[in-house]
Design a protein around this ligand. Structure first.
Ligand code: FAD
Length: 232
């Protein structure tokens, strides 16, 4: 289809290969595994850089178009269904594990890093993170942290959002900010020592900012795992 003014502006930012308003593509982003009613976006856009996300947010702001960020679309609440149309911003191609810092015990991930990818990479080095037990390995790791998800180490270390050590986020006006110690040092070691502003982003389902990098605690992986089950 292509052709309209907004399509052309989006294609200028991400390239025409990364934007679509074809019905068959839009349909794939109109629903999720829940029973929530589907709703078509007007555009699907795949971003590959932080700068592109900043430009997209500025454009959407100017043209008053809603943006819904998405990775695996496996959340249990219909959260990536674009109920007011607009843009579904697919982040799956931004999938680098930027750093695994074994000295301090954190990893920095991009939004498209999947649960399976992170687990496989950390396993090679003898580490793991608090993994949600149910979703497919293709689900995003980051959404489970910024949504207050719960993983298999939650009993020990708290919900996943409590294990965030730093964040880079594009605000609704396109400004890029860092939250946590990474705002004032090269290390993403903890949310301190500056005031913790992460509550402005965590649990807001992408409506207050699009997270572009996340620091999370990593833990030594035990050599053996035991699982005990019982029933009545
Ligand atoms: C069978 C099953 C079992 C599950 N078990 C668990 C479990 O044990 N624990 C658990 O916590 N969850 C669980 N989930 C929920 C979900 O799968 C996980 O939370 C998963 O991490 C979500 O990742 P996703 O890539 O699918 O996120 P998406 O569905 O793509 O996005 C989720 C939300 O985050 C927003 N978002 C995505 N990326 C960004 C970004 N970069 N910046 C800002 N906002 C963003 C989206 O707009 C949306 O609101 C389960 C789901 C299923 C289907």
């Amino acid at each position: 289809m292509a052709g309209d003014k907004i399509y052309a502006l989006l294609a200028d930012i991400v390239g025409s290969e990364n934007v679509s308003n074809e019905l068959h593509t839009l349909q794939g982003y109109s629903c999720d595994p829940t029973t929530n009613p589907p709703s078509l976006p007007d555009y699907v856009v795949i971003a590959t850089t932080v700068e592109q996300i900043q430009k997209l947010v500025r454009l959407a702001n100017k043209e008053r178009i809603p943006i819904v960020p998405a990775v695996g679309m496996s959340n249990n609440g219909g959260l990536t269904i674009p109920v007011e149309g607009g843009i579904v911003l697919d982040l799956h191609k931004m999938n680098k594990i930027i750093e695994i810092n074994e000295d301090i015990g954190y990893a920095i991930v991009e939004p498209g890093v999947t649960i399976g990818q992170a687990d496989a990479e950390l396993k090679k080095r003898g580490y793991w993170v608090s993994l949600p037990v149910g979703p497919p390995g293709s689900a995003g790791l980051m959404p489970g942290y910024i949504l207050h998800g719960y993983g298999h180490l939650g009993g020990k270390f708290g919900i996943n959002s409590e294990q965030i050590t730093g964040m880079e986020v594009v605000l609704p006006d396109g400004e890029l900010v860092r939250l946590g110690g990474c705002a004032v040092s090269p290390y993403w070691f903890h949310r301190t020592p500056i005031p913790d502003l992460m509550g402005l982003i965590l649990g807001w389902q992408g409506s207050t900012g699009i997270v572009t990098k996340l620091g999370i605690n990593i833990y030594p992986r035990p050599k053996f795992k035991a699982m005990v089950g019982w029933g009545i």
